[in-house]
Every structure is written in C-alpha cells, then in structure tokens.
Ligand binder design. Structure first.
Ligand code: SF4
Length: 61
C-alpha cells in the first residue's frame, strides 16, 4: 500500500484507531499519523476502510 487518507465526514467513532493504532489517531476527528507505517499495515488499513461506518477511509495500493 502506498497511501492512506481520510476524507471529510468522519464521525469520530474511534474504530479505525482501535483496528490500526499505528496508522490512525483521533482528536476532534480521525487522522493519519505522521510517518505511519502504511506499507506494513495494509491489512489493518483495509479492514478499517471496510468497517468505517461512513466510508471515509481511502487508500491507494
Ligand atoms: S472509523 Fe471512520 S468514522 Fe470512525 S473514527 Fe475512523 S474515520 Fe472516523
């Protein structure tokens, strides 16, 4: 995986942080951490993208 990002519309449920804590963090809304190990966590990222209730987690393989 090359890149992951979060589009507008996050409802701050925290699920992505639970599923992929090395990649995502949350303040007012979720964001991708600086230097997130995207390449080695692709499975968790895909799971978070699939399970996000508002489908705002996007990625580029
Ligand atoms: S799973 Fe989706 S809605 Fe929930 S915190 Fe993450 S990006 Fe936001």
């Amino acid at each position: 995986m090359k890149k992951v990002w979060i589009e507008p519309g996050c409802i701050s449920c925290g699920l992505c942080v639970f599923l992929a804590p090395e990649i995502f963090d949350i303040t007012d809304s979720a964001y991708v951490k600086l230097d997130a190990p995207v390449a080695v966590c692709s499975q968790q990222i895909k799971q978070a993208s699939q399970d996000c209730p508002v489908s705002v987690i996007k990625y580029l393989e």
